[in-house]
Design a protein around this ligand. Structure first.
Ligand code: ATP
Length: 238
């Protein structure tokens, strides 16, 4: 079943057109890996789906409902959770306070304590340090925290913008192991943006390559990684 459908969307920032007619579908439980060079429009795609930036044309459908133009809160309530680039933790707040930040909008408030327990079960490191200020955590730990925080909104789709940015390879592997496990255990649908495609092997699923605001290549991640055109894309293909 298609959980998310993006149909021919265009996004502009003033005179700059960042997305030009992007169309994609994500089925429930699927992983879609979005890659492409700097400035290709990857973050814009996530932000447009999340309702953070408006689509100038085209439509976005979530679970069969047209959500084009809906507010970020409305889209989040429908089960879309965005983990933006840059790991924005509230450094002066504790881990637990960070985890609870986004839960105010939830209608099912009685489930919050249980969800907190399950995030702690997923990330024992966060449980052990629940009263520690988030600013004291390493980059990798902060990435776990923002993923945990996104889980607190009980999402069906999690979109993550550049989870590996600035992390050591071993830590990146840990982050991906968690994402793969979350997908398997919670049937979580994943939309992962990375400038580098090397970790797509760990996720399986499909991959799209964006360049100049357009999808220029798409297919199974395992095939795409071996495709010479993927490498060429960073040097002018498309
Ligand atoms: P990166 O890997 O560098 O984050 P990206 O593929 O995510 O790149 P976007 O951040 O979506 O690309 O940017 C696409 C284009 O839109 C770029 O030319 C960028 O400069 C521009 N852009 C992005 N956000 C804004 C904004 N808020 N205002 C104006 N231009 C923007």
């Amino acid at each position: 079943m298609t959980l998310l459908a993006v149909d021919d969307i265009t996004v502009s920032y003033g005179r700059l057109t960042a997305l030009r007619g992007v169309t994609l579908k994500i089925a429930e439980g699927e992983v879609l890996f979005v890659t492409g060079p700097n400035g290709a429009g990857k973050s814009t795609l996530l932000n447009a789906i999340a309702g953070v930036v408006p689509a100038g044309s085209g439509s976005i459908t979530m679970d069969g409902a047209n959500v084009t133009g809906a507010s970020p809160e409305d889209i989040a309530r429908r089960g879309f959770s965005l983990v933006p680039e840059g790991r924005n933790v509230f450094g002066a707040l504790s881990i637990e306070e960070n985890l609870k930040v986004g839960t105010g909008m939830r209608a099912d408030r009685h489930k919050i304590a249980g969800d907190l327990d399950s995030v702690y079960a997923e990330f024992p490191m966060l449980a052990d340090r629940r009263h520690t200020a988030a600013g004291m955590l390493s980059g990798g730990q902060q990435q776990m925290l923002v993923i945990g925080r996104a889980l607190m909104t009980a999402p069906r789709i999690m979109a993550i913008d550049e989870p590996s940015l600035g992390l050591a390879p071993k830590i990146i592997d840990q982050v991906y192991e968690i994402l793969v496990r979350l997908r398997a255990q919670r049937k979580l649908t994943l939309l992962i943006v990375e400038q580098s495609s090397t970790r797509a092997m760990m996720t399986g699923g499909r991959m799209i390559l964006i360049r100049g605001g357009r999808i220029v290549l798409e297919g199974a991640a395992a095939d795409m990684i071996k495709d010479e055109r993927l490498k060429q894309a960073y040097f002018g293909f498309g």
